[in-house]
Design a protein around this ligand. Structure first.
Ligand SMILES: Cc1cc2nc3c(=O)[nH]c(=O)nc-3n(C[C@H](O)[C@H](O)[C@H](O)COP(=O)(O)OP(=O)(O)OC[C@H]3O[C@@H](n4cnc5c(N)ncnc54)[C@H](O)[C@@H]3O)c2cc1C
Length: 309
């Protein structure tokens, strides 16, 4: 119930205006978001790399409704990538991009615009020697996103995909994307999806995650295990061992601000741990999905509002 309500609120302009205008939201948001500016994002990246973790940076923004917004997002990524190159951080830090932020949902030519814009971001990443991963959004965008991925991979074979274990289709998508060099981030999925396309129960989603993980680990690609779930992290180690994979042939990923001790522990054990670091002032949708993932976050958020008022 709580998850559904929060995910519905993530798409509601009224809820957005309420949450954004509450000044006390900011301290809670800062647990999950590196900061509003490029400088803050680069500083956090430097700290994480110095601590033995790697990074994927997300310039926050989604559901872009105007061409100018999409262009501004591309410029933000170009500036970020240039800065990562200038500061010598690009070897440990890549970027994650939401295609809806670069125009995918604009009427008429949205898909072509998103492809062209994503291509510009890939060129900027290539210039500083790093990579790009395309985030996955709600299921109405999956085919379009995988189509754009295939086009980008013709010129930039290192572009990463994200697959969501809660979708019924994902085991097959894992098979299709398990070829040599294919970088695939496997996550549970963060959106509110109907029963017709997605498993609804936690156990069903977890079982699907393990089936998908087995497909990816037994394939030729580079799986990226994006989960904070301690049980799935343990199972991943077993699947890796059974598939005979070496520590440099896959990685773990977690979100900035979530289970930092587990992040350090995995990195200390010799497996790459990449932290997903969002930054920018368009934090609302991202923040609401993080609240939805853990009811305790909501209690913490509400308590901090009540006690300081
Ligand atoms: C690197 C990365 C990239 C992602 N990219 C995408 C994407 O492109 N598309 C997409 O749909 N989803 C994405 N996700 C989100 C993902 O789909 C899940 O919603 C999210 O990771 C929670 O699932 P979980 O596997 O961590 O398991 P859960 O069962 O949700 O969580 C397991 C445990 O982790 C901790 N935890 C999890 N979430 C939180 C939180 N928000 N705050 C505090 N503690 C928490 C809690 O201790 C919880 O008990 C991404 C996740 C990661 C880690």
């Amino acid at each position: 119930m709580m998850r559904s309500a929060l995910l519905a609120a993530a798409r509601s302009p009224q809820a957005r205006s309420f949450v954004e205008r509450t000044p006390l939201t900011k301290p809670v948001v800062s647990r999950y978001v590196a900061g509003d500016t490029l400088e803050e994002a680069v500083r956090v990246t430097g700290d994480l790399l110095a601590d033995g973790r790697k990074v994927t940076l997300d310039h926050l923004g989604e559901d872009t409704t105007e061409l100018a917004q999409a262009t501004a997002t591309v410029h933000a990524y170009e500036r970020l990538l240039a800065e990562l190159g200038r500061t010598g951080l690009a070897s440990g830090a890549e970027v994650s991009v939401k295609l809806s932020a670069v125009g995918q949902s604009l009427p008429r030519d949205g898909e072509k615009l998103a492809l062209d814009n994503a291509r510009r971001i890939c060129e900027a990443a290539s210039a500083v020697g790093t990579t790009v991963t395309l985030d996955m959004e709600d299921h109405t965008t999956t085919d379009s996103t995988l189509g754009i991925l295939a086009d980008l991979r013709v010129d930039f074979p290192w572009v990463g995909a994200v697959l969501q274990a809660y979708l019924h289709r994902t085991e097959q998508d894992c098979r299709d994307l398990s070829g040599a060099g294919s970088r695939v981030r496997l996550c549970k999925g963060a959106y509110k999806e109907p029963e017709s396309v997605a498993y609804q129960g936690k156990d069903e989603v977890d079982l699907s995650y393990v089936r998908c993980l087995k497909v990816l680990m037994n394939g030729q690609g580079y799986p990226m295990v994006a989960s904070h779930d301690p049980r799935l992290v343990r199972i991943a180690a077993q699947v890796v061992a059974a598939a005979g994979r070496t520590a440099d042939s896959y990685e773990h990923q977690m979100l900035y601000g979530v289970r930092p001790d587990a992040q350090r522990e995995i990195a200390a054990n010799g497996t790459t741990m990449r932290v997903y670091v969002p930054y920018g002032d368009q934090w609302y949708g991202y923040f609401m999905r993080r609240l939805a993932e853990r009811p305790a976050n909501v209690t913490f958020f509400l308590r901090s509002l009540l006690t300081t008022n």
